[in-house]
Design a binder for this molecule. Structure first.
Ligand SMILES: C[S@@+](CC[C@H](N)C(=O)[O-])C[C@H]1O[C@@H](n2cnc3c(N)ncnc32)[C@H](O)[C@@H]1O
Length: 213
């Protein structure tokens, strides 16, 4: 996080730790989203030097790692549902639910807070169960206005599973910067959504490097 006010006597808290457990050897569902390449929000240039490997970058984005830098805490009043409380970003819940569940699965969050888990589970067609020891009015209000979170989630998800999401790609083309298409002569992959992952042959996927860049 940038531009934080210092807190006397301690380091500014800027991370959550997530514990991930599965039952048995293998998770029933493990479908991580892929992330876009990091680009400058103003000029859309690369924030990393991919050197001669651009052609081998996976057009669907870079692999999710176990450190998520791209999720800031919920601070903006427009998105904050519960003043003074520790509220999780819908980006976190979207990522967790997307990674570990399928439609129709059941999500349980015993600590409801502002109801982020429940709202995202609902929007993503998962069943959900929860509890909250404190006031649940915020959660009810949130469901009454679920279209706000729905739209916010659409905005978030359209930037995933593509190395350069459409808006970024347009700006890069305008600025003469490289794109998947410009560096790959036969670059005909559908970049729109995660399901298009399946259109790439596994052997072809192995050829993509830079997944950890
Ligand atoms: C960090 S917040 C949860 C944030 C929530 N997942 C969200 O993103 O909005 C933790 C919540 O757990 C609630 N809580 C604490 N102990 C509880 C208990 N024993 N049963 C139910 N809720 C509890 C607190 O009131 C608080 O609202």
């Amino acid at each position: 996080m940038k531009n934080n006010m210092p807190i006397q006597g301690r380091l500014y808290p800027s991370h959550y730790s997530l514990l991930y457990f599965i039952k048995g050897e293998k998770a029933n569902t493990f479908e991580p989203d892929r992330l876009p390449a990091q680009t400058c929000p103003k000029c859309f240039g690369d924030l990393k030097d991919y050197g001669g490997y651009k052609r081998k970058m996976n057009p669907l984005g870079v692999n999710l790692t176990d450190v998520w830098y791209d999720i800031p805490p919920v601070r903006h009043r427009k998105y904050k549902k519960r003043n003074g409380a520790n509220e999780l970003s819908i980006k976190i819940l979207d990522r967790i639910i997307e990674l570990s569940t399928k439609e129709g699965d059941l999500v349980f969050d015993p600590f409801g807070g502002s109801g982020t888990t429940y709202v995202i589970a609902e929007i993503k067609n998962r069943k959900w169960i929860g509890s909250e020891i404190d006031n649940c009015e915020i959660i009810k209000d949130r469901f009454d206005n679920i279209s706000e979170d729905k739209q916010h989630l659409v905005n978030i998800r359209e930037k995933l599973n593509s190395l350069f999401p459409p808006a970024v790609r347009r700006e890069r083309e305008k600025n003469g910067l490289w794109t998947v298409e410009s560096v790959r002569k036969n670059g005909t992959h559908d970049l729109k959504n995660k399901s298009s992952k399946e259109t790439i042959e596994p052997a072809q996927q192995l050829k993509f490097i830079g997944d950890d860049m």
